[in-house]
Write a protein that binds this ligand. Structure first.
Ligand SMILES: [Zn+2]
Length: 62
């Protein structure tokens, strides 16, 4: 059976602390965390837990 369900969860944004959305995209095996308040974005591989993409405004990149 092909499972394409996407699950969305409310989580605290690690960047600004307001409510962000965590989305499990089963078809591409990633976990995406997105914050509408500060544009925080984090994409994790759900198999390896490795960060594929991360963007956190307000945190200076050195
Ligand atoms: Zn945020």
């Amino acid at each position: 059976m092909l499972e394409t369900t996407e699950t969305t969860q409310s989580v605290r944004c690690p960047n600004c602390g307001s409510m962000a959305e965590r989305e499990y995209i089963v078809s591409s095996q990633v976990v995406q965390t997105q914050c509408p308040a500060c544009d925080y974005l984090m994409v994790l591989c759900s198999r390896t837990n490795k960060v594929i993409e991360a963007y956190a405004p307000g945190i200076p990149v050195r």
